[in-house]
Design a protein around this ligand. Structure first.
Ligand code: ADP
Ligand code: MG
Length: 495
């Protein structure tokens, strides 16, 4: 299934292509057609499964861009509000759909102006209720999305949400997303949804215990460097690198080829014959590295794959299990290595839980460390090598002009030059930085409560929106015409 099968509006389809998405994720496959058909939906899907596009693409495809607020997305935290609105901005830019991001703590004036210019408002419940209740804004969104609904209830936002809906039009399409479906969620769904269709993305089986699973935390821009460093360090006999996008596959193949690796891409749209030739080369060792998307690797059965790399974390636990199962076959052991950004820590923790294994958090070795490891390998290899006659003759010739120590140094330098490890010394986050990032990702969930001060009673105060917590936050707006240069730049750089 492709994105073109959905019949999205031209400008939205273009944005999808620019984002580099080729295959819709499971929740997107199910939700997008239902939303386009005008249904309310209640979708159970975990974090990191591509929910933003699952609701964003179809509703934006149906929007008129007439200057009114057509869509409202309610999310639990300001961090999520920013993430969601960044993504929606990318999708809507070509369609002239502006996005306003709204959360507590800023002056009202500017924020209200921005809402009044936007087609889509992404908001946290507190400030939104505040704006609606005080009559500072009047909006008539035809599309309303509740993202991560269970988390909003966990954070105590139920009253706010119910209140918000009093100010929304009765004629609307409502989409609700939640990782879990406790009673409270189902009850809320009954109140706000109209004849909803259910979308449920189920969990996976567990994994082979012979596979050593590790993850490394890197910044988004460090993925390529991290990958090369880890291949250098792990020295896999055969490995498969998984990407989410075909575009990424192509780029990585070029990048790794330039680094001197024997690498090939495995495409879903490769001709069968070409596919067979490539797979044979992989089996026989003419190619050491496959770069593949999930679809392309389906059914791939190669026995001695020593390492699987997840260049990007997969959407669901099932794909994760499927991917890492390409190694550790036939009773052999294997290593599965996943690169995650700090933003994806929640997703990896969720997959860990689903799959029922504890992965180890590792630090990417520095250039010097890899260099040392390679030197040690070399020393062992030298000790193992038999002296040949041609070598004796070569040394004899060299000894006419040079002393024996100089000769040894020169020969060693020659070998070392080939072994040289490239790239910057430190790549990715160290243990302290990972701990901090993990803390932050937990904080996001509890930021509301934390901000409300220590008294548990204040948690239920009427005026709590004006206190603590959200003070650091601000309102941001993405302009559809690209006037916001920072975001316009980021949009076009992503791929
Ligand atoms: P969720 O809301 O379920 O946690 P997101 O919508 O934030 O997940 O998506 C997670 C990441 O996956 C984002 O970086 C997004 O750009 C990317 N993504 C979403 N859909 C696709 C797709 N079909 N192909 C490739 N990447 C995608
Ligand atoms: Mg999301």
């Amino acid at each position: 299934m492709k994105f073109t099968d959905f019949n999205l509006k031209e400008s939205i389809q273009q944005a999808v292509e620019e984002a580099g998405f080729t295959e819709p994720s499971p929740v997107q496959k199910e939700a997008i057609p239902l939303v386009l058909d005008g249904h309310d939906i209640i979708a159970q899907a975990q974090t990191g499964t591509g929910k933003t596009a699952a609701f964003g693409l179809p509703i934006m495809s149906m929007m008129k861009a007439d200057g009114s607020v057509e869509g409202l997305v309610i999310v639990p935290t300001r961090e999520l509000a920013m993430q969601v609105s960044d993504e929606l901005y990318r999708f809507g830019q070509k369609s002239g759909l502006k996005t306003a991001t709204v959360y507590g703590g800023t002056a009202y004036g500017k924020q209200i102006d921005r809402i009044n210019q936007a087609s889509i408002v992404v908001a946290t419940p507190g400030r939104l209720q505040d704006l609606l209740q005080s009559g500072k804004i009047k909006i008539n969104p035809q599309f309303v999305v509740l993202d991560e609904a269970d988390e909003m209830l966990d954070m105590g936002f139920l009253d706010e949400i119910k209140n918000i809906f009093k100010f929304l039009p009765k004629e609307r399409q409502t989409l609700m997303f939640s990782a879990t479906m406790p009673k409270a969620i189902r009850k809320l769904a009954e109140e706000i949804l109209n004849n909803p269709k259910t979308v449920s993305i189920t969990k996976s089986e567990t994994t082979n215990t012979k596979i050593n699973q590790q993850y490394y935390v890197v910044q988004e821009h460090e993925r390529d460097d991290a990958l090369v460093r880890l291949i250098d360090f792990k020295n896999p006999t055969k490995c498969i690198i998984f990407c989410r996008m075909k575009k990424e596959v192509d780029r990585l193949v070029a990048h790794l080829t330039a680094q001197g690796f024997k690498v090939s891409g495995l495409h879903g749209d490769m001709e069968q014959k070409q596919r067979e030739v490539t797979i044979r080369a992989f089996k026989q060792g003419g190619i050491d590295i496959f770069v593949a998307t999930d679809v392309a690797a389906r059914g791939l059965d190669v026995n001695d794959v020593t390492h699987v790399f997840n260049y990007h974390i997969p959407f669901d636990s099932e794909s994760y299990v499927h991917r890492i199962g390409r190694t550790g076959r036939g009773g052999k052991s294997g290593e599965a290595i996943t690169l995650v950004s700090p933003n994806e820590l929640r997703t990896i923790k969720r997959i860990e839980k689903d799959v029922g294994t504890q992965m180890s958090t590792e630090i990417i070795p520095t250039r010097i460390e890899v260099q040392d490891a390679k030197a040690n390998e070399l020393i062992a290899k030298i000790a193992d090598t038999r002296v040949t006659e041609s070598a004796i003759n070569l040394v004899k010739t060299l000894q006419h002009d040079l002393d024996i120590v100089t000769i040894a140094h020169l020969l060693a330098s020659m070998i070392q030059e080939e072994n040289e490890v490239k790239g910057k010394d430190k790549i990715g986050l160290d243990h302290a930085e990972i701990a901090k990032a993990l803390e932050r990702s937990k904080d996001e969930r509890s930021s509301k409560n934390r901000g409300r001060g220590r008294s548990p009673r204040r948690h239920n105060d009427r005026d709590r929106n004006d206190r603590g917590g959200d003070r650091r936050s601000k309102t941001r707006q993405h302009s559809g015409g690209g006037r916001d240069s920072r975001n316009a730049g980021r949009g076009s750089n992503r791929g």
